[in-house]
Ligand binder design. Structure first.
Ligand code: FO1
Length: 318
């Protein structure tokens, strides 16, 4: 009997990357393919920056900055300090080691290599065994309509620290975007055993992936179950602006509201024990709830949650 399991995880920034590490670590019989959000990507200081790809790569390689969640551990900041002395833009902090990766990516892209191949060159160099796949090789850019006008993602998230009030979110370029070739393959691969929607921010990390034409429908049509993990605990986002965006976008405030927001294309929803009162309303929408401990402070936490998610998916019928 083939014990190997093919898991495809849709993932954004810090929270999602933690579960991705758990999925990559808890069982050697898991073949993990991670689909990374690229809606946060932007050109800055002449560089092509892909924050969620890098956050996931650094996390899987064990070299992520554990406090910030983004950028690298043991970083130095000579480039930023020198740039500041020259009056350059330093609101988006690029450490010296992080800079090297972004210079490499920029030059590979400029030579005509696509983002998927560039990303596999980087993951090979970092010794990462899981597949890390951009959601698309064409540009999709998250733009937020706010009380400060239209904002590119990093302006909203970093420069303005998520303080603007958001009225709507668009994904520029998504209408003409296609899933990356490998993502396209996985969406119709009968050997995929489960799709996992990591506990990333649904609106700014998962929605850009779902906005690419055919993705949502193919996930719904695939025979494998789709399991989402709640990014909230007790109505609070573990990190970042999920709760704030829920109220600004009028999506509700609970884990149950997140399950309903994802809606028909998910089969199961993993939520924290503290949110178990929402299981009934989730079940009434036809989505199977499963309670676990969603807090991921240690590697053991990440592996345990990953194990719960894969086991839960194993008993779900899509
Ligand atoms: N997030 C910040 O809040 N401040 C920063 O200065 C910052 C720099 C940065 C540099 C490289 C990188 O890959 C990510 C970086 N991030 C920073 C995180 C980034 O804004 C991501 O888009 C978020 O993690 C959301 O996923």
């Amino acid at each position: 009997m083939n014990l190997r399991k093919n898991i495809v995880a849709l993932c954004g920034g810090v929270g999602g990357a933690k579960l991705a590490l758990g999925l990559a670590s808890f069982d050697a019989d898991i073949d993990l393919s991670i689909i990374a959000n690229t809606g946060d990507d932007f050109e800055h200081l002449g560089l092509n920056i892909s924050p969620d790809i890098d956050t996931i790569a650094y996390t899987l390689a064990g070299i992520a900055n554990p406090e910030a969640g983004w950028g690298r551990a043991d970083e130095t900041w000579s480039f930023m300090d020198a740039l500041a002395d020259l009056g350059g833009e330093t609101w988006f902090r690029l450490g010296d080691k992080d800079l090297a990766l972004n210079v490499l990516r920029t030059n590979l892209l400029r030579s005509g290599i696509g983002l998927s191949e560039v990303t596999s060159i980087i993951t090979d160099q970092l010794g990462i065994s899981s597949e890390l796949i951009p959601m698309s090789d064409t540009d999709v850019r998250t733009v937020l309509q706010t009380d400060h006008g239209a904002l590119d993602f990093q302006d909203y998230f970093v420069r303005l620290q998520c303080t603007p009030v958001v009225s709507s979110i668009e994904f520029k370029g998504s209408d003409n975007a296609k899933p990356s070739a490998r993502f396209e393959e996985l969406l119709t691969d009968p050997d995929v055993d489960a799709f996992v929607i990591c506990p990333s921010n649904p609106f700014i990390s998962i929605d850009p992936i779902l906005a690419i034409p055919t993705v949502r429908a193919k996930l719904a049509d695939h025979p494998a179950p789709v399991v989402a993990i709640s990014p909230l605990i007790g109505g609070k986002s573990v990190k970042g602006p999920t709760s704030k965006l829920m109220s600004e976008l009028d999506v509700g405030s609970s884990a149950g509201d997140i399950a309903k927001y994802y809606g028909d294309f998910i089969d199961g929803f993993v939520l924290d024990h503290r949110d178990s009162p929402f299981c009934v309303e989730i079940e009434q929408t036809g989505i199977q709830p499963f309670c676990s401990n969603v807090v991921m402070s240690t590697l053991d936490d990440r592996c345990r949650l990953a194990r719960d998610v894969v086991r839960f998916a194993g008993v779900l019928t899509a």
